[in-house]
Design a binder for this molecule. Structure first.
Ligand SMILES: Nc1nc2c(ncn2[C@@H]2O[C@H](COP(=O)(O)OP(=O)(O)O)[C@@H](O)[C@H]2O)c(=O)[nH]1
Ligand SMILES: [Mg+2]
Length: 561
Protein backbone atom coordinates (compact mmCIF):
# COMPACT_ATOMS: atom_id res chain seq x y z
CA UNK A 1 0.00 0.00 0.00
CA UNK A 2 1.40 3.34 -0.95
CA UNK A 3 1.24 6.17 1.49
CA UNK A 4 -1.54 8.49 0.38
CA UNK A 5 -0.72 11.24 2.87
CA UNK A 6 2.87 11.16 1.61
CA UNK A 7 1.73 11.54 -1.94
CA UNK A 8 -0.56 14.42 -1.10
CA UNK A 9 2.35 16.21 0.51
CA UNK A 10 4.21 16.13 -2.82
CA UNK A 11 4.06 19.55 -4.39
CA UNK A 12 1.88 20.16 -7.40
CA UNK A 13 4.18 21.28 -10.16
CA UNK A 14 1.66 22.07 -12.86
CA UNK A 15 3.35 25.30 -13.82
CA UNK A 16 6.91 24.15 -13.48
CA UNK A 17 8.75 23.84 -16.78
CA UNK A 18 10.57 20.66 -17.62
CA UNK A 19 13.87 21.26 -19.31
CA UNK A 20 14.32 18.92 -22.27
CA UNK A 21 18.05 18.48 -21.64
CA UNK A 22 17.48 17.73 -17.96
CA UNK A 23 14.83 15.18 -18.91
CA UNK A 24 17.19 13.55 -21.42
CA UNK A 25 19.86 13.41 -18.69
CA UNK A 26 17.41 11.66 -16.37
CA UNK A 27 16.49 9.17 -19.08
CA UNK A 28 20.17 8.60 -19.71
CA UNK A 29 20.55 7.85 -16.00
CA UNK A 30 17.75 5.27 -16.24
CA UNK A 31 19.60 3.73 -19.18
CA UNK A 32 22.80 3.65 -17.11
CA UNK A 33 20.88 1.97 -14.32
CA UNK A 34 19.65 -0.71 -16.71
CA UNK A 35 23.15 -1.34 -18.02
CA UNK A 36 24.48 -1.64 -14.48
CA UNK A 37 21.88 -4.17 -13.35
CA UNK A 38 21.73 -6.13 -16.59
CA UNK A 39 21.72 -9.83 -15.74
CA UNK A 40 21.79 -9.13 -12.02
CA UNK A 41 18.19 -8.27 -11.22
CA UNK A 42 15.06 -10.17 -12.34
CA UNK A 43 14.07 -9.02 -15.84
CA UNK A 44 10.44 -8.72 -14.80
CA UNK A 45 11.26 -5.94 -12.37
CA UNK A 46 12.97 -3.99 -15.12
CA UNK A 47 10.20 -4.03 -17.70
CA UNK A 48 8.78 -0.57 -16.80
CA UNK A 49 12.25 0.99 -17.01
CA UNK A 50 12.99 -0.63 -20.38
CA UNK A 51 9.58 0.46 -21.66
CA UNK A 52 10.20 4.01 -20.48
CA UNK A 53 13.60 4.29 -22.11
CA UNK A 54 12.28 2.94 -25.38
CA UNK A 55 9.09 5.01 -25.36
CA UNK A 56 10.69 8.23 -24.27
CA UNK A 57 13.39 7.90 -26.90
CA UNK A 58 10.76 7.52 -29.60
CA UNK A 59 8.46 10.26 -28.30
CA UNK A 60 11.31 12.77 -28.09
CA UNK A 61 12.43 11.89 -31.59
CA UNK A 62 8.90 12.49 -32.92
CA UNK A 63 7.24 15.87 -33.30
CA UNK A 64 7.61 18.04 -30.23
CA UNK A 65 5.45 20.71 -31.86
CA UNK A 66 2.43 18.50 -31.35
CA UNK A 67 0.69 17.75 -28.08
CA UNK A 68 -1.31 14.56 -27.85
CA UNK A 69 -4.27 14.94 -25.50
CA UNK A 70 -6.59 12.03 -24.74
CA UNK A 71 -10.16 12.22 -23.55
CA UNK A 72 -10.59 9.30 -21.17
CA UNK A 73 -13.52 8.22 -19.07
CA UNK A 74 -16.35 5.82 -18.42
CA UNK A 75 -19.08 4.92 -20.89
CA UNK A 76 -21.54 7.73 -21.40
CA UNK A 77 -19.52 10.38 -19.60
CA UNK A 78 -19.46 12.39 -22.81
CA UNK A 79 -15.95 11.89 -24.26
CA UNK A 80 -17.19 11.63 -27.82
CA UNK A 81 -19.55 14.56 -27.32
CA UNK A 82 -16.70 16.72 -26.02
CA UNK A 83 -14.47 15.54 -28.84
CA UNK A 84 -17.07 16.47 -31.43
CA UNK A 85 -17.86 19.76 -29.79
CA UNK A 86 -14.18 20.77 -29.70
CA UNK A 87 -13.61 19.65 -33.27
CA UNK A 88 -16.94 21.12 -34.27
CA UNK A 89 -17.39 18.10 -36.47
CA UNK A 90 -19.43 14.96 -36.24
CA UNK A 91 -16.41 12.66 -36.33
CA UNK A 92 -16.70 10.29 -33.45
CA UNK A 93 -19.93 8.39 -32.97
CA UNK A 94 -21.82 9.64 -29.94
CA UNK A 95 -23.20 7.01 -27.63
CA UNK A 96 -26.75 6.89 -28.92
CA UNK A 97 -25.50 4.00 -31.02
CA UNK A 98 -24.42 1.70 -28.17
CA UNK A 99 -22.41 -0.51 -27.83
CA UNK A 100 -19.78 2.14 -28.27
CA UNK A 101 -16.90 1.64 -30.62
CA UNK A 102 -13.51 0.44 -29.42
CA UNK A 103 -11.78 2.54 -32.05
CA UNK A 104 -9.74 5.57 -31.13
CA UNK A 105 -10.38 8.66 -33.21
CA UNK A 106 -7.94 11.50 -33.61
CA UNK A 107 -8.39 15.07 -34.62
CA UNK A 108 -5.38 17.12 -35.59
CA UNK A 109 -5.39 20.90 -35.43
CA UNK A 110 -3.08 22.27 -38.12
CA UNK A 111 -1.06 20.27 -40.59
CA UNK A 112 -1.76 16.55 -40.56
CA UNK A 113 1.63 15.80 -42.10
CA UNK A 114 3.69 16.65 -39.06
CA UNK A 115 1.37 14.62 -36.86
CA UNK A 116 1.28 11.48 -38.98
CA UNK A 117 4.40 9.85 -37.59
CA UNK A 118 3.17 10.53 -34.10
CA UNK A 119 -0.21 8.97 -34.87
CA UNK A 120 1.47 5.99 -36.56
CA UNK A 121 3.43 5.40 -33.37
CA UNK A 122 0.38 5.86 -31.16
CA UNK A 123 -1.48 3.49 -33.43
CA UNK A 124 -4.47 5.48 -34.69
CA UNK A 125 -5.46 4.19 -38.12
CA UNK A 126 -5.28 6.75 -40.94
CA UNK A 127 -8.99 6.42 -41.60
CA UNK A 128 -9.71 7.55 -38.05
CA UNK A 129 -7.58 10.66 -38.34
CA UNK A 130 -9.18 14.01 -39.10
CA UNK A 131 -7.88 17.49 -39.63
CA UNK A 132 -9.44 20.55 -38.00
CA UNK A 133 -8.35 22.95 -40.64
CA UNK A 134 -10.72 24.66 -43.00
CA UNK A 135 -10.51 27.83 -44.99
CA UNK A 136 -13.55 29.15 -43.19
CA UNK A 137 -12.49 29.06 -39.53
CA UNK A 138 -8.73 28.59 -39.81
CA UNK A 139 -8.07 31.76 -37.87
CA UNK A 140 -10.33 30.87 -34.96
CA UNK A 141 -8.50 27.64 -34.49
CA UNK A 142 -4.87 28.80 -34.70
CA UNK A 143 -4.64 28.83 -30.90
CA UNK A 144 -5.08 25.08 -30.98
CA UNK A 145 -2.59 24.40 -33.78
CA UNK A 146 -0.42 21.51 -32.73
CA UNK A 147 -3.17 19.78 -30.76
CA UNK A 148 -3.87 16.13 -31.45
CA UNK A 149 -7.04 15.21 -29.60
CA UNK A 150 -7.90 11.54 -29.07
CA UNK A 151 -11.30 10.12 -28.25
CA UNK A 152 -10.45 6.97 -26.34
CA UNK A 153 -12.63 3.87 -25.95
CA UNK A 154 -14.41 3.53 -22.59
CA UNK A 155 -12.14 2.23 -19.86
CA UNK A 156 -15.09 0.45 -18.26
CA UNK A 157 -16.10 -1.26 -21.48
CA UNK A 158 -17.34 -4.83 -21.16
CA UNK A 159 -14.90 -5.68 -23.95
CA UNK A 160 -11.50 -6.50 -22.61
CA UNK A 161 -9.82 -5.41 -25.83
CA UNK A 162 -11.21 -1.89 -25.38
CA UNK A 163 -9.84 -1.69 -21.87
CA UNK A 164 -6.42 -2.90 -23.04
CA UNK A 165 -6.43 -0.33 -25.81
CA UNK A 166 -7.20 2.41 -23.28
CA UNK A 167 -4.34 1.28 -21.04
CA UNK A 168 -1.96 1.17 -23.99
CA UNK A 169 -2.88 4.68 -25.14
CA UNK A 170 -2.74 6.14 -21.64
CA UNK A 171 0.89 5.04 -21.62
CA UNK A 172 1.70 7.01 -24.77
CA UNK A 173 -0.23 10.27 -24.77
CA UNK A 174 1.17 13.58 -23.51
CA UNK A 175 -1.84 14.70 -21.49
CA UNK A 176 -5.05 13.12 -20.25
CA UNK A 177 -8.39 14.84 -19.78
CA UNK A 178 -10.44 12.63 -17.46
CA UNK A 179 -14.12 13.03 -18.24
CA UNK A 180 -16.59 12.24 -15.46
CA UNK A 181 -20.31 12.94 -15.18
CA UNK A 182 -22.48 13.93 -12.19
CA UNK A 183 -23.81 10.39 -11.73
CA UNK A 184 -20.59 8.41 -11.81
CA UNK A 185 -17.87 10.85 -10.76
CA UNK A 186 -17.36 9.00 -7.48
CA UNK A 187 -17.15 5.50 -9.02
CA UNK A 188 -14.45 3.43 -7.44
CA UNK A 189 -13.12 2.10 -10.73
CA UNK A 190 -11.97 5.42 -12.12
CA UNK A 191 -10.41 6.48 -8.82
CA UNK A 192 -8.80 3.22 -7.75
CA UNK A 193 -7.72 1.84 -11.12
CA UNK A 194 -6.87 5.02 -12.98
CA UNK A 195 -6.68 8.39 -11.28
CA UNK A 196 -4.68 7.10 -8.33
CA UNK A 197 -2.23 5.41 -10.70
CA UNK A 198 -1.62 8.76 -12.36
CA UNK A 199 -0.67 10.65 -9.23
CA UNK A 200 2.85 11.15 -10.55
CA UNK A 201 1.37 12.64 -13.71
CA UNK A 202 -0.50 15.44 -11.99
CA UNK A 203 1.26 17.95 -14.24
CA UNK A 204 -0.41 16.48 -17.30
CA UNK A 205 -3.76 15.62 -15.78
CA UNK A 206 -6.95 17.59 -16.19
CA UNK A 207 -10.35 16.53 -14.86
CA UNK A 208 -13.66 17.71 -16.26
CA UNK A 209 -17.07 17.25 -14.73
CA UNK A 210 -19.12 16.99 -17.92
CA UNK A 211 -22.88 17.20 -18.29
CA UNK A 212 -22.86 20.00 -15.73
CA UNK A 213 -26.10 21.18 -17.36
CA UNK A 214 -27.82 18.16 -15.88
CA UNK A 215 -27.25 19.55 -12.36
CA UNK A 216 -29.18 22.42 -10.83
CA UNK A 217 -26.74 25.36 -11.12
CA UNK A 218 -26.50 25.69 -7.33
CA UNK A 219 -25.42 22.07 -7.04
CA UNK A 220 -22.42 22.38 -9.39
CA UNK A 221 -20.00 23.90 -6.84
CA UNK A 222 -20.94 21.29 -4.26
CA UNK A 223 -20.29 18.41 -6.65
CA UNK A 224 -17.02 20.01 -7.76
CA UNK A 225 -15.96 20.29 -4.10
CA UNK A 226 -16.81 16.66 -3.50
CA UNK A 227 -14.87 15.63 -6.60
CA UNK A 228 -11.92 17.78 -5.55
CA UNK A 229 -11.86 16.01 -2.22
CA UNK A 230 -11.81 12.63 -3.96
CA UNK A 231 -9.00 13.80 -6.22
CA UNK A 232 -6.99 14.92 -3.20
CA UNK A 233 -7.35 11.44 -1.77
CA UNK A 234 -6.17 10.04 -5.11
CA UNK A 235 -2.96 12.05 -4.76
CA UNK A 236 -4.10 14.45 -7.47
CA UNK A 237 -4.37 17.54 -5.28
CA UNK A 238 -4.13 20.73 -7.31
CA UNK A 239 -4.91 19.33 -10.75
CA UNK A 240 -7.16 21.61 -12.85
CA UNK A 241 -10.82 20.70 -12.41
CA UNK A 242 -13.49 22.17 -14.70
CA UNK A 243 -17.22 21.83 -15.26
CA UNK A 244 -18.20 21.34 -18.92
CA UNK A 245 -21.33 21.00 -20.98
CA UNK A 246 -20.69 19.34 -24.31
CA UNK A 247 -24.02 20.34 -25.76
CA UNK A 248 -23.49 24.06 -25.17
CA UNK A 249 -20.54 25.97 -26.71
CA UNK A 250 -20.52 28.25 -23.66
CA UNK A 251 -19.95 25.20 -21.50
CA UNK A 252 -16.78 24.40 -23.43
CA UNK A 253 -14.90 27.65 -22.98
CA UNK A 254 -12.94 26.62 -19.89
CA UNK A 255 -11.76 23.36 -21.43
CA UNK A 256 -10.85 25.07 -24.70
CA UNK A 257 -8.78 27.66 -22.86
CA UNK A 258 -7.02 24.98 -20.88
CA UNK A 259 -6.18 23.10 -24.08
CA UNK A 260 -4.94 26.29 -25.75
CA UNK A 261 -2.59 26.86 -22.81
CA UNK A 262 -1.32 23.30 -23.00
CA UNK A 263 -0.65 23.61 -26.73
CA UNK A 264 1.05 26.98 -26.34
CA UNK A 265 3.39 25.76 -23.59
CA UNK A 266 4.65 22.75 -25.62
CA UNK A 267 5.44 21.17 -22.25
CA UNK A 268 3.00 18.33 -21.93
CA UNK A 269 5.17 15.73 -23.69
CA UNK A 270 8.16 16.57 -21.49
CA UNK A 271 6.08 16.69 -18.32
CA UNK A 272 4.48 13.37 -19.12
CA UNK A 273 7.86 11.73 -19.60
CA UNK A 274 9.17 13.37 -16.43
CA UNK A 275 6.20 11.85 -14.60
CA UNK A 276 7.03 8.50 -16.19
CA UNK A 277 10.61 8.76 -14.94
CA UNK A 278 9.29 9.56 -11.45
CA UNK A 279 7.05 6.50 -11.55
CA UNK A 280 9.81 4.20 -12.78
CA UNK A 281 12.32 5.52 -10.25
CA UNK A 282 9.83 5.07 -7.41
CA UNK A 283 9.25 1.49 -8.54
CA UNK A 284 12.96 0.75 -8.62
CA UNK A 285 13.72 2.40 -5.32
CA UNK A 286 12.96 -0.75 -3.37
CA UNK A 287 15.31 -2.79 -5.59
CA UNK A 288 18.23 -0.52 -4.97
CA UNK A 289 17.49 1.31 -1.74
CA UNK A 290 19.96 3.69 -0.23
CA UNK A 291 22.35 1.15 1.30
CA UNK A 292 25.96 2.11 1.10
CA UNK A 293 27.58 -0.98 -0.35
CA UNK A 294 30.70 -2.42 1.25
CA UNK A 295 33.86 -1.62 -0.65
CA UNK A 296 34.44 -5.34 -1.00
CA UNK A 297 34.27 -8.60 0.93
CA UNK A 298 35.49 -8.16 4.51
CA UNK A 299 38.88 -9.38 5.73
CA UNK A 300 37.69 -12.11 8.07
CA UNK A 301 35.64 -13.74 5.30
CA UNK A 302 38.55 -13.41 2.86
CA UNK A 303 40.93 -15.06 5.34
CA UNK A 304 38.45 -17.89 5.76
CA UNK A 305 38.25 -18.24 2.00
CA UNK A 306 42.01 -18.36 1.65
CA UNK A 307 42.28 -21.06 4.31
CA UNK A 308 39.62 -23.14 2.61
CA UNK A 309 41.29 -22.66 -0.78
CA UNK A 310 44.66 -23.70 0.62
CA UNK A 311 43.07 -26.82 2.07
CA UNK A 312 41.31 -27.70 -1.17
CA UNK A 313 44.47 -27.03 -3.18
CA UNK A 314 46.46 -29.47 -1.05
CA UNK A 315 48.88 -26.87 0.31
CA UNK A 316 49.47 -28.85 3.54
CA UNK A 317 50.40 -31.95 1.52
CA UNK A 318 52.79 -29.96 -0.65
CA UNK A 319 54.49 -28.16 2.23
CA UNK A 320 54.90 -31.48 4.03
CA UNK A 321 56.53 -32.84 0.87
CA UNK A 322 58.76 -29.76 0.66
CA UNK A 323 60.10 -30.41 4.15
CA UNK A 324 60.76 -34.04 3.40
CA UNK A 325 62.27 -33.23 0.01
CA UNK A 326 64.60 -30.74 1.63
CA UNK A 327 65.80 -33.36 4.08
CA UNK A 328 66.13 -35.86 1.28
CA UNK A 329 68.11 -33.57 -0.99
CA UNK A 330 70.23 -32.10 1.80
CA UNK A 331 70.96 -35.62 3.02
CA UNK A 332 72.03 -36.64 -0.46
CA UNK A 333 74.32 -33.62 -0.73
CA UNK A 334 75.86 -33.59 2.75
CA UNK A 335 75.53 -37.15 4.10
CA UNK A 336 78.34 -39.56 4.72
CA UNK A 337 79.52 -40.49 1.23
CA UNK A 338 79.67 -44.18 2.17
CA UNK A 339 75.88 -44.31 2.55
CA UNK A 340 74.97 -41.43 0.26
CA UNK A 341 74.51 -43.67 -2.73
CA UNK A 342 71.61 -45.69 -1.46
CA UNK A 343 69.83 -42.49 -0.35
CA UNK A 344 69.68 -41.44 -3.98
CA UNK A 345 67.83 -44.63 -4.81
CA UNK A 346 64.83 -43.48 -2.78
CA UNK A 347 62.33 -41.28 -4.71
CA UNK A 348 62.24 -37.55 -4.14
CA UNK A 349 59.02 -36.71 -2.19
CA UNK A 350 58.29 -33.66 -4.35
CA UNK A 351 58.65 -35.50 -7.62
CA UNK A 352 56.18 -38.05 -6.38
CA UNK A 353 53.64 -35.16 -6.44
CA UNK A 354 54.88 -34.27 -9.93
CA UNK A 355 56.07 -30.97 -8.62
CA UNK A 356 59.23 -29.49 -10.06
CA UNK A 357 62.20 -31.42 -8.79
CA UNK A 358 65.75 -30.10 -8.62
CA UNK A 359 66.43 -30.78 -12.28
CA UNK A 360 63.04 -30.17 -13.91
CA UNK A 361 62.57 -26.58 -14.86
CA UNK A 362 59.30 -24.64 -14.58
CA UNK A 363 56.48 -26.61 -16.22
CA UNK A 364 55.90 -25.92 -19.88
CA UNK A 365 52.89 -23.56 -20.08
CA UNK A 366 51.10 -25.79 -22.59
CA UNK A 367 51.55 -28.74 -20.29
CA UNK A 368 50.30 -26.76 -17.35
CA UNK A 369 46.89 -26.44 -19.00
CA UNK A 370 46.12 -29.99 -18.04
CA UNK A 371 46.04 -31.04 -14.42
CA UNK A 372 49.69 -30.64 -13.68
CA UNK A 373 50.27 -32.18 -10.31
CA UNK A 374 49.45 -35.37 -8.49
CA UNK A 375 48.52 -33.48 -5.35
CA UNK A 376 45.63 -35.43 -3.83
CA UNK A 377 42.14 -34.21 -4.82
CA UNK A 378 40.25 -32.29 -2.16
CA UNK A 379 38.22 -34.41 0.19
CA UNK A 380 34.46 -34.00 0.49
CA UNK A 381 35.03 -32.11 3.73
CA UNK A 382 37.50 -29.73 2.09
CA UNK A 383 35.11 -29.17 -0.79
CA UNK A 384 32.22 -28.34 1.48
CA UNK A 385 34.45 -26.07 3.60
CA UNK A 386 35.31 -24.20 0.41
CA UNK A 387 31.63 -23.92 -0.50
CA UNK A 388 30.85 -22.50 2.92
CA UNK A 389 33.74 -20.06 2.77
CA UNK A 390 32.58 -18.76 -0.62
CA UNK A 391 29.07 -18.42 0.73
CA UNK A 392 30.37 -16.50 3.75
CA UNK A 393 32.28 -14.10 1.49
CA UNK A 394 29.11 -13.44 -0.50
CA UNK A 395 26.90 -13.11 2.57
CA UNK A 396 29.22 -10.65 4.24
CA UNK A 397 29.65 -8.59 1.06
CA UNK A 398 25.90 -8.41 0.47
CA UNK A 399 24.89 -7.96 4.11
CA UNK A 400 23.73 -4.35 3.70
CA UNK A 401 22.23 -4.66 0.23
CA UNK A 402 18.50 -4.72 -0.54
CA UNK A 403 16.80 -8.09 -0.94
CA UNK A 404 17.23 -8.29 -4.69
CA UNK A 405 21.04 -8.28 -4.53
CA UNK A 406 22.41 -10.99 -2.21
CA UNK A 407 21.35 -13.63 -4.74
CA UNK A 408 23.32 -11.88 -7.47
CA UNK A 409 26.38 -11.56 -5.22
CA UNK A 410 26.24 -15.26 -4.28
CA UNK A 411 25.93 -16.30 -7.93
CA UNK A 412 28.91 -14.11 -8.78
CA UNK A 413 30.99 -15.63 -5.98
CA UNK A 414 30.18 -19.12 -7.25
CA UNK A 415 30.31 -18.26 -10.95
CA UNK A 416 33.79 -19.70 -11.52
CA UNK A 417 33.65 -22.48 -8.97
CA UNK A 418 33.97 -25.07 -11.73
CA UNK A 419 37.28 -23.58 -12.91
CA UNK A 420 38.78 -23.40 -9.43
CA UNK A 421 40.28 -26.91 -9.11
CA UNK A 422 42.31 -26.60 -12.33
CA UNK A 423 43.35 -23.07 -11.53
CA UNK A 424 44.53 -24.10 -8.07
CA UNK A 425 46.41 -27.07 -9.47
CA UNK A 426 48.12 -24.93 -12.10
CA UNK A 427 49.04 -22.42 -9.44
CA UNK A 428 50.54 -25.05 -7.18
CA UNK A 429 52.48 -26.45 -10.14
CA UNK A 430 53.70 -23.00 -11.12
CA UNK A 431 54.79 -21.88 -7.67
CA UNK A 432 58.54 -21.72 -7.06
CA UNK A 433 58.83 -23.78 -3.91
CA UNK A 434 62.33 -22.43 -3.23
CA UNK A 435 64.12 -25.74 -3.60
CA UNK A 436 65.73 -25.19 -6.98
CA UNK A 437 69.04 -23.87 -5.76
CA UNK A 438 71.44 -26.01 -3.80
CA UNK A 439 72.60 -23.95 -0.81
CA UNK A 440 76.34 -23.18 -0.63
CA UNK A 441 76.64 -24.81 2.76
CA UNK A 442 75.50 -28.13 1.31
CA UNK A 443 78.37 -27.93 -1.12
CA UNK A 444 80.89 -27.00 1.57
CA UNK A 445 79.76 -29.81 3.88
CA UNK A 446 79.68 -32.16 0.89
CA UNK A 447 83.23 -31.13 0.00
CA UNK A 448 84.42 -31.72 3.56
CA UNK A 449 82.79 -35.15 3.48
CA UNK A 450 84.63 -36.00 0.28
CA UNK A 451 87.94 -34.78 1.74
CA UNK A 452 87.69 -36.84 4.93
CA UNK A 453 86.54 -39.85 2.96
CA UNK A 454 89.48 -39.35 0.58
CA UNK A 455 91.79 -39.27 3.62
CA UNK A 456 90.30 -42.54 4.85
CA UNK A 457 90.72 -44.11 1.40
CA UNK A 458 94.36 -42.95 1.21
CA UNK A 459 95.01 -44.36 4.71
CA UNK A 460 93.35 -47.62 3.75
CA UNK A 461 95.38 -47.85 0.51
CA UNK A 462 98.55 -47.12 2.37
CA UNK A 463 97.88 -49.83 4.95
CA UNK A 464 96.90 -52.34 2.26
CA UNK A 465 100.08 -51.57 0.30
CA UNK A 466 102.26 -51.98 3.45
CA UNK A 467 100.53 -55.29 4.23
CA UNK A 468 101.04 -56.53 0.65
CA UNK A 469 104.75 -55.64 0.71
CA UNK A 470 105.14 -57.55 3.95
CA UNK A 471 103.40 -60.62 2.60
CA UNK A 472 105.60 -60.60 -0.49
CA UNK A 473 108.74 -60.23 1.67
CA UNK A 474 109.66 -56.93 0.11
CA UNK A 475 111.21 -54.10 2.08
CA UNK A 476 108.55 -52.53 4.25
CA UNK A 477 107.37 -48.93 3.90
CA UNK A 478 108.58 -46.53 6.47
CA UNK A 479 105.32 -45.48 8.20
CA UNK A 480 105.55 -41.93 9.52
CA UNK A 481 104.19 -41.65 13.03
CA UNK A 482 101.90 -38.97 14.41
CA UNK A 483 102.49 -39.18 18.13
CA UNK A 484 101.98 -42.86 18.92
CA UNK A 485 99.76 -43.58 15.88
CA UNK A 486 101.08 -44.43 12.40
CA UNK A 487 99.88 -41.90 9.80
CA UNK A 488 97.95 -44.34 7.52
CA UNK A 489 95.95 -45.63 10.47
CA UNK A 490 95.24 -42.08 11.56
CA UNK A 491 94.12 -41.20 8.06
CA UNK A 492 91.81 -44.20 7.85
CA UNK A 493 90.23 -44.03 11.29
CA UNK A 494 90.30 -40.25 11.51
CA UNK A 495 88.66 -39.94 8.07
CA UNK A 496 85.91 -42.41 8.93
CA UNK A 497 85.25 -40.84 12.33
CA UNK A 498 85.29 -37.29 10.95
CA UNK A 499 82.78 -38.33 8.24
CA UNK A 500 80.41 -39.78 10.82
CA UNK A 501 80.87 -36.76 13.05
CA UNK A 502 80.13 -34.25 10.28
CA UNK A 503 77.07 -36.25 9.30
CA UNK A 504 75.86 -36.31 12.90
CA UNK A 505 76.45 -32.57 13.37
CA UNK A 506 74.77 -31.70 10.10
CA UNK A 507 71.55 -33.62 10.78
CA UNK A 508 69.91 -31.11 13.23
CA UNK A 509 70.91 -28.23 10.97
CA UNK A 510 69.22 -29.95 8.03
CA UNK A 511 66.07 -30.51 10.11
CA UNK A 512 65.94 -26.87 11.07
CA UNK A 513 66.59 -25.69 7.51
CA UNK A 514 63.92 -28.10 6.21
CA UNK A 515 61.34 -26.56 8.52
CA UNK A 516 62.32 -23.13 7.28
CA UNK A 517 62.03 -24.27 3.69
CA UNK A 518 58.58 -25.59 4.50
CA UNK A 519 57.49 -22.29 6.05
CA UNK A 520 58.81 -20.38 3.06
CA UNK A 521 57.02 -22.65 0.61
CA UNK A 522 53.83 -22.36 2.65
CA UNK A 523 54.02 -18.59 2.51
CA UNK A 524 54.51 -18.58 -1.24
CA UNK A 525 51.77 -21.12 -1.89
CA UNK A 526 49.32 -19.32 0.35
CA UNK A 527 49.98 -16.05 -1.43
CA UNK A 528 49.50 -17.62 -4.84
CA UNK A 529 46.36 -19.45 -3.78
CA UNK A 530 44.99 -16.18 -2.40
CA UNK A 531 45.59 -14.65 -5.85
CA UNK A 532 43.48 -17.40 -7.38
CA UNK A 533 40.75 -16.73 -4.83
CA UNK A 534 40.92 -13.07 -5.69
CA UNK A 535 40.60 -13.71 -9.38
CA UNK A 536 37.98 -16.45 -9.28
CA UNK A 537 35.83 -15.50 -6.30
CA UNK A 538 36.47 -11.98 -5.02
CA UNK A 539 36.72 -10.16 -8.35
CA UNK A 540 33.30 -11.35 -9.56
CA UNK A 541 31.86 -10.28 -6.19
CA UNK A 542 33.50 -6.88 -6.46
CA UNK A 543 32.10 -6.46 -9.96
CA UNK A 544 28.57 -7.00 -8.66
CA UNK A 545 29.17 -4.59 -5.76
CA UNK A 546 30.46 -2.08 -8.31
CA UNK A 547 27.34 -2.58 -10.40
CA UNK A 548 25.24 -1.99 -7.32
CA UNK A 549 27.04 1.26 -6.61
CA UNK A 550 26.61 2.35 -10.24
CA UNK A 551 22.93 1.42 -10.21
CA UNK A 552 22.42 3.34 -7.00
CA UNK A 553 24.15 6.45 -8.35
CA UNK A 554 22.30 6.22 -11.65
CA UNK A 555 18.97 5.97 -9.87
CA UNK A 556 19.82 8.96 -7.73
CA UNK A 557 20.60 10.95 -10.87
CA UNK A 558 17.37 9.76 -12.47
CA UNK A 559 15.37 10.86 -9.41
CA UNK A 560 16.76 14.38 -9.54
CA UNK A 561 14.17 16.72 -11.03
N1 LIG B 1 -27.09 16.92 -21.28
C1 LIG B 1 -25.88 16.53 -21.68
N2 LIG B 1 -25.77 15.36 -22.33
C2 LIG B 1 -24.53 14.99 -22.72
C3 LIG B 1 -23.42 15.79 -22.48
N3 LIG B 1 -22.31 15.14 -22.96
C4 LIG B 1 -22.76 14.00 -23.50
N4 LIG B 1 -24.07 13.88 -23.37
C5 LIG B 1 -24.90 12.74 -23.77
O1 LIG B 1 -24.45 11.58 -23.06
C6 LIG B 1 -24.52 10.45 -23.90
C7 LIG B 1 -23.17 9.78 -23.98
O2 LIG B 1 -22.27 10.63 -24.62
P1 LIG B 1 -21.00 10.13 -25.38
O3 LIG B 1 -20.29 11.32 -25.89
O4 LIG B 1 -21.29 9.05 -26.33
O5 LIG B 1 -20.19 9.52 -24.19
P2 LIG B 1 -18.90 8.60 -24.27
O6 LIG B 1 -19.34 7.21 -24.07
O7 LIG B 1 -18.06 9.06 -23.11
O8 LIG B 1 -18.22 8.83 -25.56
C8 LIG B 1 -25.00 10.94 -25.25
O9 LIG B 1 -26.35 10.70 -25.36
C9 LIG B 1 -24.73 12.41 -25.22
O10 LIG B 1 -25.62 13.15 -26.01
C10 LIG B 1 -23.58 17.03 -21.79
O11 LIG B 1 -22.66 17.78 -21.51
N5 LIG B 1 -24.86 17.37 -21.42
MG1 LIG C 1 -17.58 7.52 -27.04
Amino acid sequence: MSNIAGRVREVFRGDQRVDADALIARLEAVRRFLTAVDGLLPDNDLVPAHTLVERAGTRLALSRDHTVVALAGATGSGKSSLFNALAQLELSPVGVRRPTTGVTHACVWGQLEGANHLLDWIGVLPRHRFVRESALDADDETALHGLILLDLPDFDSVQRSHRLEVDRLLGLVDQVVWVVDPQKYADRVIHDSYLREFHRHRDVTLVVLNQADRLPPAEVPRVLDDLRRLLDTDGLGGVPLLATTAIDPAGMVGLRNALERTVAERQAALRRLAGDVDTVVAGLDELVGSARPAGGPDDAAVNGLNRALAGAAGVPAVTEAVERAYRHRAGAATGWPVVRGWRRLRPDPLRRLHLPGPTTKQADPAESLVAATSVPDPTAAQRSALGLAIRAVADRAAADLPAAWPGAVTSAARSRLGDLPDALDRTIAGTDLGLDRRPLWWRIVGGVQWLVTLAAVVGLGWLVLGYALRVLGLPALDNPMVGQVPLPTLLLLGGLLAGLLVAALTRPVVRWAARRARARAEQRLTARVAQVGDEYVLTPVRIVLGSYAQARDALRDAARR
